[in-house]
Design a protein around this ligand. Structure first.
Ligand code: FES
Ligand code: FES
Length: 157
């Protein structure tokens, strides 16, 4: 079995990992303790495993770990934490947009990438952006409300 050594940046920190060539980014990230990246379907349908690869949302269960070589990865831990939450994280709490929380890391990263590129995104754009992130709990309205509150905050300046 071919083994690879890969080096990448994870939430701003330089990282290395040894992995079999067929392992996915999701497997490698979780094996090295990044359990904030959630595994749902494992086949590219649910979006719970979303991470940002060079700033773009990808389903890490569909990406070979080797593709991370030399690249920049961000998981939800890179966004903020309980002590210093990102405005999106605060908005999710304020709007009750996280219930079981399983979809939340992927939702937040997808929303972050959207608002970075479209700070005043409309509700229709938000809906389109999160179409690949499934949530079994919230019915989506509260999630859209939370993201829209951040977009409206940007619009107000
Ligand atoms: S676990 Fe990757 S898309 Fe579902
Ligand atoms: S909050 Fe439970 S799956 Fe979204």
């Amino acid at each position: 079995m071919t083994e690879l050594r890969i080096a990448f940046t994870l939430n701003g920190e330089p990282c290395e990992a040894q992995t079999a060539a067929h392992r996915t980014l999701l497997e490698v990230l979780r094996a090295r303790g990044a359990v904030d990246v959630k595994e749902g379907c494992g086949e590219g349908v649910c979006g719970t495993c979303t991470v940002l690869l060079d700033g773009e949302p990808v389903s890490s269960c569909l990406v070979l770990a080797a593709r991370a070589q030399g690249r920049d990865l961000m998981t939800v831990r890179g966004l903020g934490d309980a002590g210093a939450p990102h405005p999106l994280q605060s908005a999710f709490v304020a709007h009750g947009a996280a219930q079981c929380g399983f979809c939340t890391p992927g939702m937040l990263l997808t929303a972050y990438a959207l608002l970075r590129d479209r700070p005043r995104a409309s509700r229709a754009e938000i809906r389109r952006a999160i179409a690949g992130n499934l949530c079994r709990c919230t019915g989506y309205t509260k999630i859209i409300d939370a993201i829209a509150a951040c977009a409206e905050g940007a619009a107000r300046g």
